[in-house]
Structures are given as C-alpha cells and as structure tokens.
Design a protein around this ligand. Sequence first.
Ligand code: C2O
Ligand code: CU
Length: 493
Amino acid sequence: MSREAISRRRALGLLGLGAATVTAGATGWAAGWGGQPTIAGLPAGASGQPLAAPTELTSRAGVLAVQLTAAAGVRLVGRDTMAWGFNGTSPGPTLRVRPGDLLRVRLVNRLDQPTNLHTHGLHVSPQGNGDNPFVHVEPGASFDYEIRIPIDHPAGTFWYHPHHHGTAADQLFGGLAGALLVDGGPALAQRERVLLVTDTTLAGDGSVAPVDVMTRVLGREGALVLVNGQHQPVIAAAPGATERWRVINGCTSRVLALRLEGHRLTQAALDGRFLPTPTLRESVVLAPGNRADLLVRPTAPGAYSLVSDAYPRGSVVGGGTMNGGAVTSSRAVLAILNVAGPAMTSPSLPLRLPAPVVPPDPISRERRLTFAMGMNMGGMGAGGMMSFTIDGRTFDTTRDDQTIPFGATEEWTVTNTSPMVHPFHLHVWPVHVVGDSTGTPPLATQQDVVLLPAHGWARVRIAFSDYPGRSVYHCHVLDHEDAGMMATAHVQN
Ligand code: C2O
Ligand code: CU
C-alpha cells in the first residue's frame, strides 16, 4: 500500500493521535513544589530562586583534565530526584577551555546502560579517543577522551551530551548534558551567564517518566522546562548593565522561540560562532542543539519573563483540513529577569565581531540528501509504525554514507519530504547556510544545527578541512536519531 493510499483517518488511528493537537503536558509536578517566591507577581510554579551557575571547571596551563561520572540521583527543581547527571548535578559542570588547549575527560559510566560523550559543535578530530560518536562505554566502565582544541578554534558556546545510538534521547531527557565554553573573543558584557535549557517529565516519585512509541514519533517534550536544572529561576540584574546570556537548547525535541518581555534581544553569536555584527532581534529560534549568545541590556526596574513562545513543528500527517497530528512546542516561561538597583552604564558594543567567513569557491561537489518519515506497514514492533530515514535508509554504523575527499568544499542540499521540521546536525565540520526553501536570508555565520522546514530544504556549504575521519550527521530530535535518522560521513585523506 502506498503512503498516499493510507487515509488520513487511518493514519491518525495508527498513530493513536485522534484529532487533538499534540502539545506537551502541563507542569503539574512543578506546581506542587512549594518554593518560596522572593518576588511578588511571579507566575505559578516559579521557583523564585536565583539562577544558579553550574560548577565551572577551567583549564590551566593549556590542559583541562576532568572526570565526568554519569549516574542517577540529582537535585532538580529544588528536589531530590532519580534523574541522571554528571558528577551529581544536572546540568553537569561547565567546562571552560581556550583555543589550543587539551581537554581530557575520563567518562565514568555508573548508569545501568551503555553511554558515551559528544562535544557538540567543536571543530575537533572525530577519530580514536577524540569526539568519536562510535565509542561505547559499558556500565561500570570508563573511557578516556582526549580532545585537542585547535589554536584557531572559534571562541564560543558549545555543549556536551551522550550520543549512544538508541538511547541518546533517553539519556539527554534523563538529565545528561553540560555546557562547554571556549574562552576568548571580544569582551561584550559586564556579566555573563550560561542558560542551559533542558526539558523532562518527572513522575511523582521523582523518577524520569518513560515515554511511549507515539511520543517518540513526535519527539518527546518534557512537562518541565528547566534552566540550569531550575524551574523559572530569577536573574537579578541592574538597569543598564549589559549581560551576555549563553543560551543552549539542550531539549530532546523542543524548539525554543526566545523572547524577553520589555526588551529586544541582541544576538552576538549562533552555535559558538560570532555574527558579523551584534544583531537586534525580536525573537531568536533555537532548534534542539542550537545555541545563541544574547546580549541583554536591562531597561527599567521590574520583572520580565524570558519566554519561549509556542512553535509549530508541523504534523505527523501531511495535508488535510483537520488539525489532527499537529505538533507544537508549547509556550513556556524559562526565567524571570528581575531588574532592580541603581542604574549602571555599559560601554557600547563593538560594531564588528570576528565572524567566520563563507568557505570560498570552488565547490568540488554538490550532494542531495533527503530526510523522510514514512509509514512502515511492516508491523507494530519495537521500531514503531513510523520510519525515520536519510536517503531511504536507517542508520548503520558500519556503512559509509558519504565519502568525502579531505580538503573538499561541498554544497549539500538537504531536503525534508516530511510534514514535520527536523534539525539537521553535522558533527565536526560547521556548515554555512546559503539558502533555504523559505527564502529567509541566512545569518552570515557558520552553524552546526539547521532546522529543515517541513516539506522544504536548506542548502549548506561545508569545508571538510583540518580533520579527516569518520563521523555522523543526523536529526537532533534525538528520538528520531535513535529511530535511525542518522548517517555517516567519512572524510578520507
Ligand atoms: Cu548534539 Cu550528534 O549531537
Ligand atoms: Cu527529526
């Protein structure tokens, strides 16, 4: 039976969705938590607690050597939970390195399942004990990663999370993530903060709620949206003092559409790469995996919500007149900016920032890739009823899907034939968007996650320079990646 031959009603039935719009649940668990708000007029469920920074581990004399132990049992939303973390916290420690440093991480697995680690967005070697997504670390075992940051690496905001195929979504949703900052670059603010946004759903006993096959098809979104593991923390700031917020979308599937009440946002960087100039924006959209460095200059005293607006991710069935199967990242208040105290003055922002340039011509090869979702009529088994493919195939760790000569500059047109958006992520080699089906003018910088429009495409230019080796590209809705929407890129000398 062809995909077209399946009636809309039947498709909805198969997906178990009915005609209702699918959105994340209410924040019932957090609402029961009795944090004492310190500011009048906070939204229900707000913690009222000041935003806490994760522990920072900073390199010395060119080396940062850390142990990261993945294990259950962290405090979230001010309570002891059975969620997962690194070194007892979720998010794990913030790792701070500089260009030219050596990052050594001993990953210790105290989970009950295999795991590994990916340094998301770093332009570093994927080979051996580098940023190698094919590593398995068994329960009880450890692995020593050694990641050499090149001397010309961009200064910016990156992050780390497990990348074990089949359980990547469970492990991120479970709490395993942390910020990774490459220091350097122009001074932009009097104060900087990491805002690592994650979402999860906790059961009443403090365990992370399991998700069913249908939820994996949509890409799970947690009922709780957390910033540094806190629910709606308060960011205290003085009027006029510029803050640099390093916002990381560490959610498994949720798209963030950031907006700050009473303010415009000035974006300085995307995915750890500066824009050519600080750019005013009403709203900044971050797909899962994306980061933005935002410069915020608080205005008048008051409390302002940092909001993520509702964002439509498309639907699981295309066309039709009903709203059935629509998938929307729900609106959420992430944090409260509390502006108080004497006014301060900030130096003016630089007009130019050190943005990476577009890889120059010539293009040695153009490729076409296709992300697709299909009805898999084969059965109701473990794989679910939906297939998630790249170029018609699901992930096979042994197969080379793209073989690329080292040093090539290529353009890839990545088409999404499905009615749902998918964030395209390529490890190691950053991409430069040169056009997409929506006609949105591309930001003049490099990025590592590109949100593919539903029934649309994006074209990216990539320089496969500096690092030969084998790595992956995939959908950063990690439920889709786990379902097979991943493939390999082998850059050969
Ligand atoms: Cu942030 Cu391959 O992932
Ligand atoms: Cu996807």
